[in-house]
Design a protein around this ligand. Sequence first.
Ligand code: DGY
Length: 328
Amino acid sequence: MTNLKVLVSSNDFPDSGLQILREHFTVVQSPYSHFGEEGATQNKEELLKLIPGSSALVWVTHHPLTKELLDKAGPQLKIVATASAGYNHANVEELKARGIKLSNTPNVLSSAVAEIAVSLMLATARRFTENLDQVRRGEWEAGFVKVLGQDIRGSTVGVIGLGGIGQAVVKRLAGFEVAKFLYTGHREKPEAKALGAEFVNLDDLLTKSDFILLAVPLTSETRHMINSTTLGKMKSNAILINVGRGDLVDQEALYDALKSKKIYAAGLDVTTPEPLPKDHKLLTLPNIFVLPHIGSATVRTRNDMAVLTSNNVVNALTGKPLITPILE
Ligand code: DGY
């Protein structure tokens, strides 16, 4: 064990990851979680106290990594290891300017997130929100014609971003008799052929798909890529699924499109903000199904993410290449 200090930024980092860190380093952990407004404020104050002298930061959720925090950490900081695939909160330009490494946790969470994407497709296509509401009210619609949904069978599924998660969704849908998989992105993916997915431009995907899956990282280019213009190109039976980041979607425009039935439904695992306030107008709509960002939230996946995060820290502080580098 060395005296190098590793700060773990919240109290909910799995033991599987902590054990690895403790074998090598002096581990300091915030007693708070990032979650909720109160948790985030308390935690920020605590982190400012704990961060000086850290050689590594294990960044457990999506709390912004500010210049103030980096300044407080000091010049010995070598690596930020974020326990997430997304790293839009990690202040990449600032880390780069300071020569600090950055790692994330891609791949290990693809199947768990893909399962949530498929769940959202089913929940929205079969109108779980309205149907569950009937059950809760004890007022089931009688008869043959119930709240009728749409089939995945025979549909066109368009994937925006055929990376690890997008590919995992296509694989999981193999038994659903999907008629066509389309995808779009910066370039064609070699994996697409085996998946039977056809590369198209964004407009083609928007105008032809029955399901549109957002599985891209949040960047300045993708922020609000779903807006009134792109929603306006979708079919009236289109279902939008977002397992990326809330800010990929202009939520005002989404609200209008759902309210006016310009599109059929939306299933969101990510929103802006998180948590979405319980009186948010999106939650008044019958044709939306919202989950509290649980894409990677299974015991196995969280453990895999924690182990990968910690091993990245070990590598960075022992002079080995990062396993999953963003900045090296
Ligand atoms: C990620 O890893 O980016 C997922 O959204 C879970 O946090």
